[in-house]
Design a protein around this ligand. Structure first.
Ligand code: ZN
Length: 496
């Protein structure tokens, strides 16, 4: 085979995979936004049919030989083709090392477990979910062993969600957070309880919230020709390619902050997808490189920008103009304090910036014990509650608000949670690197994000998945990941 022919074949293989992926993504998007409830069954059938086609198209001897041939000739490949080849090789191995029968069994288990979890959460019934969780953990362990018998299973899982990260990285990361943040949290949370925030839970007509979110879209400079907003139960962002990016939001009549900060958060995800390099469009590399790096962008716009004094100074007059009665006696300082009020809460997704990582640490520590075999799944609720008491000083009154609150474990996403905390920390490190180049806070204060966006485009977005997460941090910041920037940021902000 000639090199050019092999490269052409690789591109054809990717084009097919991307086309199927596009179709499956649209079905998911439709299902989460406007499809009627009864469409579920038919859509599941179509998705599983298409997923089967993706599998057949990709996992076969021809692909295996093609990828090997390209890797044998890697010196002759350009950078994009080489990275594409390596990514496809990894994906191939990840999928093909698991016997197809067991994989199908796992798919079925996942569907069932998710269904059972939803019911268990509603009915505060951990015991009905527990056998499914046990099975999910044991199958994931087995799969991790098939794929890489030399590595601890949990490291394999962590690497799936954040390439290049292992327990060693996260242990150090969380140790730093615990040492530096817990004393601050112990001090700041009780002190903050007198901060007034009841005005955030008045009546906010949804049509007006939507108008305000249009202003956020303008502020972020999201390209309206390549981007839309829809509505769903939980906000999410989907990037089909850089010319077709969507995020969703969820509006509550009695809550100002939820949709507002979700828009800034999802807007950050959207900017990443919209600004991946032109040279990567319609390839597997034309997307964010990892969950953690994606979260660094969403947290950057949500927290570093959105919860800063500079942004509130700039944006609050507009908020007040839109909701004059609701905020009639609220100054911008009072508003700023309210949206940054730290609290020990039971629910991860409602947690503030300061206490958020403790929720992640609890989940990480439990997952680690589960994979090491040091704890059984019937001990999880007790362990969960003990850790909430230890870290946050509160005990969940039931499992609905405790161990059953998150969807992740029911879908087999073990090793996913740490990427959330990692993203927040990377956002702080990027801000420090940005500040060495220009006074980004002054730009936020003046309401012009042109330079901020440009810097993130150059350092992060345009590389798409061409660089691995650790390489992006090194490139953007000139040094490796360091959790201390995140601690410095939080300590500065909350000791104020
Ligand atoms: Zn996010």
């Amino acid at each position: 085979m000639k090199i050019q022919d092999a490269v052409k074949k690789l591109n054809e293989l990717e084009a097919k995979k991307i086309a199927y992926g596009h179709a499956i993504a649209m079905l998911h998007f439709d299902g989460s936004t406007i499809a009627p409830p009864n469409s579920f069954e038919g859509r599941s059938k179509t998705i599983s049919f298409l997923a089967g086609e993706v599998y057949k198209n990709f996992i076969n001897k021809k692909t295996d030989e093609l990828l090997n041939f390209l890797l044998d000739n890697k010196d002759k490949l350009d950078k994009i083709t080489l990275v594409k080849t390596k990514e496809n090789r990894e994906e191939y191995d990840r999928t093909s090392k698991i016997p197809i029968g067991e994989y199908m069994e796992y798919m079925k288990l996942q569907n069932k477990a998710n269904f059972i979890w939803e019911k268990a959460k509603k009915e505060n019934d951990y015991s009905s979910f527990q056998p499914y969780l046990t099975k999910i953990i044991s199958m994931n362990k087995k799969f991790a062993n098939y794929r890489n018998p030399e590595k601890p299973a949990y490291d394999v899982m962590l690497g799936d969600y954040e390439k290049g990260y292992t327990m060693e990285d996260y242990d150090l990361f969380f140790k730093t957070l615990k040492e530096r943040l817990i004393p601050l949290i112990r001090e700041a949370v009780p002190r903050a309880q007198s901060i007034k925030d009841d005005f955030l839970y008045k009546d906010f007509p949804i049509y007006k919230q939507k108008l305000l979110i249009e202003k956020i879209v303008d502020f972020l400079k999201l390209d309206r020709d390549s981007f839309i907003i829809a509505q769903s139960e939980h906000p999410f962002t989907m990037g089909i390619n850089k010319k077709d990016v969507r995020f969703t939001n969820h509006y509550y009549e009695n809550n100002f902050t939820s949709a507002f900060f979700s828009a800034l958060h999802e807007g950050g995800h959207a900017l990443y997808e919209l600004n991946t390099g032109d040279d990567l469009i319609y390839t597997s590399l034309g997307t964010g490189t990892s969950l953690g790096m994606h979260e660094s962008q969403s947290r950057f716009y949500e927290n570093i920008v959105g919860r800063s004094r500079e942004f509130i100074n700039h944006f609050y007059p507009l908020i007040k103009q839109m909701f004059p009665q609701q905020f009639s006696d609220v100054t911008k300082d009072v508003f700023y304090m309210a949206i940054n009020k730290p609290q020990n809460t039971l629910i991860r997704i409602e947690a503030d910036e300061l206490t958020y990582s403790l929720h992640i640490i609890i989940r990480y520590e439990i997952e680690k014990l589960l994979f090491a075999g040091d704890v059984k799944s019937n001990d999880i609720p007790g362990l969960w509650n003990k850790k909430y008491k230890e870290y946050l000083g509160i005990t969940p009154p039931d499992n609905t608000r405790g161990v059953l609150q998150d969807v992740h474990w029911s879908q087999g996403m073990l090793g996913y949670f740490p990427t959330y905390a990692l993203g927040s920390a990377v956002a702080s490190q990027l801000a420090v690197a940005m500040a060495k180049n220009f006074d980004y806070k002054a730009d936020i204060a003046s309401g012009d994000l042109t330079k901020v966006n440009k810097w993130l485009n150059d350092k992060v977005h345009k590389h798409g998945a061409l660089l691995k997460p650790k390489e992006v941090i090194q490139y953007a910041c000139g040094e490796a990941f360091n959790a201390n920037y995140y601690c410095d940021y939080l300590i500065n902000k909350y000791s104020e």
